[in-house]
Design a protein around this ligand. Structure first.
Ligand SMILES: Nc1nc2c(ncn2[C@@H]2O[C@H](COP(=O)(O)OP(=O)(O)OP(=O)(O)O)[C@@H](O)[C@H]2O)c(=O)[nH]1
Length: 299
């Protein structure tokens, strides 16, 4: 019998989550992103071991501390944290534990999901300092496990991968190798547009909005141009009824303009680039029942 489940790596910015994800997955995760059938979780990578499989998922908002303050985003984060089988809180060995970590820990506790501590960047500090840090982490909270790793040297990465799998419930493998998987950026970008569109009108448009990023292309840049790259993004925003189209677009397009601006700023932050964002609002009657559209939307 194998074990399988979902794990969310969380931690402050720069805690080493992406590097650790890559090390755990064992390959660049650029292609290993997909959205499971039933939830809006975004997959960052899939770790396959002999004993089973761990699916690493993104926690929306955890990357964006500024907007994390929004009560709504907090709900979303909590929802995701409550939705995974295990949370791994990444605490870099070369940084003191701080209020940022305490805040994340509080959020994790509210979700009641089991949590382990991963002390990242263990290679950056001498052994004695690492030992002290591990002791502080043990004081910090009642973690199920505390594992020091270095994604850079690979120290303990395999151990961590096996440990994660071991903490999952017995289950068949959830994602067969080679299954078609979508590009991650498009999904995340679509999610940011959807979030911006729902801001303030969540009650009126509960589940009726879906966003599909049709095109995402980097514009060729002139040599010597030091600015961040410019990315053209064309997205379709689907609603179910024309009345909803009106809500999204607003008087003289004012609301859609705001939505576009808010989404663009978030995308620029996420991708560290400049963005030209073009959103088309389309009515797709009952898209939630249209298998073809659903597949294209990543469900
Ligand atoms: N020496 C060392 N450096 C590391 C290790 N893991 C990550 N880093 C470095 O730490 C920095 C941040 O790593 P990321 O993986 O981007 O951190 P992150 O948590 O994904 O950051 P955000 O995307 O901002 O949330 C990068 O410069 C990495 O090269 C490690 O194990 N050892």
């Amino acid at each position: 019998m194998t074990r399988a489940g979902f794990v969310s790596l969380v931690g402050r910015p720069n805690a080493g989550k992406s590097t650790l994800t890559n090390a755990l997955v064992g390959e660049k995760v650029a292609i290993t992103s997909a959205r499971p059938q039933t939830t809006r979780r975004v997959i960052r990578g899939i770790v396959n071991r002999e004993g089973g499989q761990v699916i690493l998922v993104d926690t929306p908002g955890m990357h964006r501390p500024r907007t994390l303050l929004g009560e709504r985003l907090n709900d979303l984060v909590r929802e995701t944290l409550g939705d995974v089988d295990l949370v791994a809180l990444c605490l870099p060995a070369n940084d003191k534990l701080g209020p940022g970590d305490a805040y994340l820990l509080e959020e994790i506790k509210k979700s009641r999901t089991p949590v382990i501590a991963v002390v990242t960047k263990a290679d950056l500090v001498p052994k004695e300092q690492l030992a002290l840090h591990l002791a502080e982490v043990a004081e910090f909270a009642d973690f199920q496990e505390i594992v020091p790793v270095s994604a850079t040297t690979g120290d303990n990465v395999e151990y961590l991968a096996d440990l994660l799998v071991g903490l999952m419930e017995e289950s068949p493998i959830l994602y067969p190798e080679g299954e078609e998987i979508q590009e991650p950026e498009r999904i995340v970008v679509a999610e940011l547009i959807r979030e911006a569109a729902l801001e303030g009108v969540r009650d009126e448009l509960p589940h009726s909005i879906a966003v599909l990023v049709e095109e995402m292309n980097e514009r060729p840049q002139k040599p010597g141009d030091k600015r961040p790259p410019l990315i053209d993004i064309h997205a379709d925003l689907y609603v179910e009824r024309s009345s909803q189209k009106g809500i999204v677009i607003g008087a003289k397009g004012a609301r859609l303009k705001e939505v576009g601006k808010a989404a663009r700023e978030e995308i620029e932050k996420l991708l560290a680039c400049r963005v030209y964002l073009d959103i088309h609002v389309r009515v797709a009657k009952e898209w939630q029942r249209d298998p073809k559209l659903l597949r294209r939307l990543g469900f």
